[in-house]
Design a protein around this ligand. Sequence first.
Ligand SMILES: C[S@@+](CC[C@H](N)C(=O)[O-])C[C@H]1O[C@@H](n2cnc3c(N)ncnc32)[C@H](O)[C@@H]1O
Length: 272
Amino acid sequence: MEENPGTGTGRPGRGADIGTKPGGEREAVARIIANQRSLIVRLYARIRFLILRQTFLQEIGQYLPRQGRVLDLGCGFGLFSLYFALDAPERRMVGVDLNRDRIEAANECAKKLGVGNVDYTAQNALDWQGHGQFDAIFMLDLIHHLPKEEVEPFLLRVAELLAAGGTLLLKDVSDRPRYKMWFTLLLDRLMVGAEPIHYWPPAELCALVERLGFTVKRHTINDFLPYPHMLYVCTRAGQSRRDQEPDPRERRSPCPRSSTSKRFTATNSPAG
Ligand SMILES: C[S@@+](CC[C@H](N)C(=O)[O-])C[C@H]1O[C@@H](n2cnc3c(N)ncnc32)[C@H](O)[C@@H]1O
């Protein structure tokens, strides 16, 4: 596992239609929020986009192909798959979530927005088979909701869904620092009650993903909110198309230990 210096040098707008228009990202986020089905969901969406805000969207977006199939597992209300569908109309987004109401809301929102390049399925991601392969797969805050013992076999199946050279992006919550973990746990408990939650120590999750044949780079994403965000960027060793391009970040600083994403700071204004 390598520590990634983060996307302080991310490639914002790389492949982002909405990112190239002034205010395009904000506008897309505002449209997604405005088209939610109820006040409560609009509020939730606003908070979600406050937590995973503009720079974060660029962080994830830089790893997604502009064309091809992209899978969002545990997509919830589809906020981020809708965003990335709006971002690149040639991208085919597929979203899967256990929660039927959320999937119904995601479909409604896609319809209202006139977004045709998303497909949503209500199913347990642990059982979902999928059809064909994906050029990129992401999971935003799903892993810590899955039973710990299920994660390895699940990720093994997910790996099989990933096309050669594809990227698997895991955004999850670290178990350190503790005060940030407790803050996140409190909010998660408000959302899911007594359901099991397991925040993986980053080294443990990296080791697991590496066992599945991936090269993993991870970095924290610091924000004014005390969330211990961790982004794991997983590629099949030696296969990634991106691996063939020189990455200026790696030339500058291969694997610093305590790296963070500098662009994701308290001074960044919220996206929504
Ligand atoms: C913290 S929410 C994140 C939602 C979305 N990824 C986002 O970032 O807004 C976690 C989501 O994972 C979903 N989830 C939990 N366990 C799941 C499972 N086994 N299969 C599919 N979805 C699941 C929940 O229904 C919920 O929508």
